[in-house]
Design a protein around this ligand. Sequence first.
Ligand code: AMP
Length: 182
Amino acid sequence: MKKHLLFLGPPGAGKGTQAALLSEATSYLHLSTGELLRKEIDLDTYLGKQVKDIMNKGELVSDELVLEIVKKILAKDNNGWILDGYPRNLSQVNSLNEVLRNINQPLEIVFYLDIPDEVLIKRLLMRGRKDDNEETIKTRLKIYKQTTEPLIEHYKNLSLLEYINADGDFKTISTDIKQKMA
Ligand code: AMP
């Protein structure tokens, strides 16, 4: 069974939902950089104040900032982990590689949740998170296509990519993911 996983895909593809379900089933740590950042905003911490405006606009916060968060959590003794929302660009891929080399825990599988644009726009508008308005969704999708989408090819070349059709009900998708993990 693979223990070091990553979820890749556009905003609204269901990465958070699937990562949470898998975390429940396996007890692997679910590391969502977006969730952690939203918590900082809710608690109105120094970090939260720094990222609030950027996140509400749908832009990416700095690589250094997210790297600090990820590094701290992965350095702990985890029995498996599921990355969700990190890495989001090639520079983050390189930083993650270095972190994983240091802790001697290689990434074993990358699930790419594929879903048509029109489905995810509908889903995001229904979800109603603070950064889920039409303008911000446009920005997030544009950034995804420009900076995150190239990661698919990268992980495919490393033979780590598992394609998941994420246009369906969450239970079917979850079953598909578990089967591909074994
Ligand atoms: P998510 O919950 O993954 O959709 O992330 C929500 C927001 O958090 C994003 O739109 C970014 O502003 C920020 N964020 C989350 N993860 C990252 C990351 N790896 N790099 C930069 N910004 C991030």
